[in-house]
Design a protein around this ligand. Structure first.
Ligand code: FES
Length: 173
């Protein structure tokens, strides 16, 4: 009898540990997918979306090698909200009539560029970066030419995507 009463608490303890472990496993199995669903939007990359830039017929009226800064707005889902992101497309028609859809962001650290018509260059106010009208670096620290927006033409209308051509991360901008 004495032996049985000594074993009893240890068997009870063992059963409690087993029940505790099973409860923990079930709890984790139920919580992880729910937490994943709730937190997933925080870690998702920005949506890739298209927005209308303008009619091809209007673009064709542009003067060659005269940059035109055009605002565009991308409606993207970020986390749990939908935001409108204002961006700039710098349209440059070359002498052959081809269009370039540059970003106005300096390729050094992303400051907004402006066009200096007297120098015929894009200038960066931050560290003196310079680009020619076709986006090539002509001075300062920028490591690469101007970024170009991904674009497409459908039914005579130009659309741009919130992504750069050759963007290594292929993420929304
Ligand atoms: S951000 Fe333009 S030169 Fe540095």
């Amino acid at each position: 009898m004495a032996k049985s009463s000594e074993e009893s608490p240890s068997r009870r303890t063992f059963m409690l540990i087993v029940i505790g472990l099973i409860s923990t496993v079930i709890g984790v199995a139920l919580t992880v997918p729910i937490l994943g669903d709730v937190l997933n939007p925080l870690f998702k990359k920005r949506d890739i979306v298209w927005t209308k830039l303008g009619k091809v017929s209007d673009l064709e009226k542009l003067k060659p090698l005269a940059p035109k800064f055009t605002p565009v707005y991308f409606r993207v889902k970020e986390g749990w909200s939908v935001n409108t992101l204002p961006r700039q497309v710098v349209l440059v028609k070359d002498v052959s009539g081809n269009f370039n859809f540059f970003s106005n962001q300096c390729t050094h650290l992303g400051c907004p560029l402006h066009w200096d018509s007297s120098r015929q260059e894009f200038l960066c106010p931050c560290h003196g970066g310079m680009f020619n009208v076709l986006g090539k670096v002509t001075g300062g620290p920028p490591p690469r030419p101007l970024y170009r927006w991904v674009h497409k033409i459908e039914n005579g209308t130009v659309f741009v995507q919130n992504k750069y051509v050759y963007n290594p991360n292929e993420r929304g901008i």
